[in-house]
Design a binder for this molecule. Structure first.
Ligand SMILES: [Zn+2]
Length: 241
């Protein structure tokens, strides 16, 4: 046992039961919310498929909330056991690019991070481990890692290629139609990246919560312009259905 574990014994983030190592959940709290399913195809338009890993309640709801609104960055490790339930699909599907749904520059500045990066980034990098191991220490300085991975032939490249404009309209105050049109104008391709990279490629879009699907559909619509082969979405949780 190391000193940190001695001082802060690893406990389930939801119920406080003792667990094997930091970041683990107890089985009961995982089982309570783990619910891997696909969004029915008839509800999708620009997305080819969409997966949800858990019901948005209990431990995962408080974890996402803490990371988003209480600046508890380290809680994001709690996403790992849920993501593990998608590992098999990740090996089968082999996305070329994993694209996070960005938060606006304004929100990122206030929070200091995009929570989607915290939940998914290290998990995604673990799939491109062999490519990753080939990158030099200098490459691994965050900003050059993508450049290095881009030069490799492998899959699972983290590609933060979208930009979200700051919108001062309160989303919740809008009608459904208005919400759709506002979201449509909120995301853009970040012009500092070459959009031809995704042509004929498999894309995995990642986000924390699936609500109406409007955000993911809107982003998929933007990506469609650049002719990817397939667009799948993966979200941690949904309370919508
Ligand atoms: Zn628990």
């Amino acid at each position: 046992m190391n000193l940190f574990d001695f001082l802060f014994p690893p406990v389930c983030p939801h119920c406080g039961t003792h667990v094997q190592q930091q970041g683990d959940w107890c089985d009961a709290c995982i089982e309570e919310v783990l619910h891997v399913r696909q969004v029915p195809p008839k509800l999708l338009s620009s997305l080819d498929s969409a997966w949800i890993l858990a019901d948005y309640r209990g431990g995962i709801k408080s974890m996402i909330y803490d990371v988003k609104f209480n600046e508890k960055k380290e809680q994001s490790k709690g996403a790992a056991p849920f993501l593990a339930s998608y590992n098999l699909r990740m090996h089968e599907y082999k996305p070329h690019y994993v694209i996070p749904i960005p938060s606006s520059a304004e929100k990122k500045k206030v929070r200091g991070y995009n929570q989607v990066d915290l939940f998914f980034y290290h998990w995604v990098v673990s799939f491109s481990k062999y490519d990753y191991d080939d990158c030099t220490i200098e490459d691994k300085a965050e900003k050059d890692l993508n450049d290095c991975l881009d030069k490799k032939s492998g899959y699972y490249k983290w590609f933060d290629c979208l930009y979200k404009m700051d919108t001062h309209k309160e989303m919740w105050a809008l009608s459904n139609t208005e919400r759709h049109s506002t979201i449509d104008t909120a995301f853009m391709w970040n012009e500092s990246y070459d959009s031809t990279l995704i042509r004929d490629k498999r894309i995995l879009l990642v986000d924390d919560i699936y609500t109406t699907g409007a955000t993911l559909e809107s982003v998929a619509r933007i990506l469609r312009k650049y002719n990817p082969k397939y667009i799948e979405a993966l979200t941690l949780a949904s309370g919508s259905f």
